[in-house]
Design a protein around this ligand. Sequence first.
Ligand code: ACO
Ligand code: PYR
Length: 537
Amino acid sequence: MAMHIQLYDTTLRDGSQGEGVNFSVQDKLLITKMLDDLGFDFIEGGFAGSNEKDTEYFSRVQELDLKHAQICAFGMTRRRGVGPEEDAGLQAMLSTGTTCCTVVGKTWDLHVTEVLRVDLEENVAMIRDSVGFLKSQGRRVLYDAEHFFDGYKANPEYALETVLAAQDAGAEIIVCCDTNGGTLPDELAEIVTNVQKSVSIPLGIHCHNDCDVAVANSLRAVDAGAVQVQGTINGIGERCGNADLVSVAANLAIKKGQDVLQGGEGVKHLTELSRYVYELSNMNFRSNQPFVGRSAFAHKGGMHVHAVNRLASSYEHIDPELVGNERRVLVSELSGRSNIVAKTTKFRIDHDQELMKKILDRVVELENEGWQFEASEASFDLLVKKIAGTYEPKFRQIHYRVSVETAGQKEPLTEATVKLQIDGDGPIRHEVAEGDGPVNALDNALRKALIPTYGNLAGMHLVDYKVRVINSSEGTAARVRVVIESADEHDVWSTVGVSENVIEASWLALVDAIEFKLYKDEGEVGAPLEEAAASPE
Ligand SMILES: CC(=O)SCCNC(=O)CCNC(=O)[C@H](O)C(C)(C)COP(=O)(O)OP(=O)(O)OC[C@H]1O[C@@H](n2cnc3c(N)ncnc32)[C@H](O)[C@@H]1OP(=O)(O)O
Ligand SMILES: CC(=O)C(=O)O
């Protein structure tokens, strides 16, 4: 029968010790809610008494109607020479009002004598007193044995003495922490197996990722008998981070058939959870993150796409939907016809070999000139329309001009003029607009000229602008590639432009962005071949 493995999330405490991570109270509450919805067993909300934000969190989290998770207040053993009743840290843990308290204590004799600078007996007393005191106040106590593996390697008798003190004082679990993240899987599994022989309460595991094996270590500890895994979403945390609970949960549920996150129900939402936490922690998504990254099931090589089209499992270790992710096929110079077929299934076009080859040849040719379609799918869609003959320009450029003037102003003044003809033979519009920079000015002028005809462009805006110098084929001058991300209330799309001139590259990407929006709103992206006017690229 599947064994229930408890997932203990410390994103809000250990995760927030990661460089650059700074959650607001509201962020913490939102993450708590989502973790609870997915079925996490424990959520460590913060370090009790450390700062006002954590104090406010512990007060406001009580207002949440949590269905599943226990909130834990984290803190350390009492200070040396102070009774537990007088210890500010233990009092702060009590005043959070949480049912569960997680106490961290020292295991490694080196830390006791050199960092805390107390004698070995006093440290054991600090552990016993702290756990016992919280227990006597009616709290469930989880004990985090800091530096457990380093301590055990240095002095196994003393390490065991410390955790047995916690056990005897009433802790419900001993969590073995690889605090410095320096232990490798075989050694870690062996130690967990040995320690179990001496401890009568369950063991948990808390790994850091300094050797890039925190997830592997957590899985090995479970194999060796640990019943709780502590970690953070996306592995955020101090130094190289903690075990990524996203991968831990997916591996335990899908690969090892263990019962996590409400019988695996929560596992289907791991991608959503991962991106939500990235968003709130203001960090960039890790595209190649296992299971949930945007590239985790992205196929680029032509031979792979050919195989995946026949049998998805030929190049996928699991069905991406099991973790709420999706399969993606990328188009690039490494594509074969299979990539193009897969990418154009949404188009109501004839997928004959000749057309597929024509599209592929053009992609390879353009990528050789510095274009890149794998991250600019809207430009690829327009390219397909052009080659399939279903494209009719929404406007025609007569000319554009951009000027930047500095004389007499604090900030340079940027102005763009565009002259366009709407549709094939529609009115001519000549407009001028200012902007924060050349691209913004061009965008403003384009909108001014186009919105009288295409009112829906008012609902579109630019989200991101990236430019990079590229190495195109030998012998040509340096080129720049501009990728523009645009959005409206429903979608986000990316377009690309390449030129020796950054303004022209931006113009090309802007024009694609606008045309894609217009085609999209008309439901025309991918119009059938037979309905299209023949207008070759
Ligand atoms: C492995 C981990 O992740 S443990 C968690 C680490 N996280 C944090 O430290 C974040 C939150 N920390 C804080 O807000 C502050 O450090 C506080 C409030 C806990 C303590 O602040 P301060 O009192 O100013 O002490 P400071 O941080 O400089 O030093 C830590 C003190 O705790 C003592 N200490 C460290 N670990 C323990 C322990 N397990 N039990 C008892 N005392 C401990 C140290 O000896 C030191 O006291 P000393 O200066 O008297 O020797
Ligand atoms: C408790 C903890 O965060 C650690 O030892 O790494």
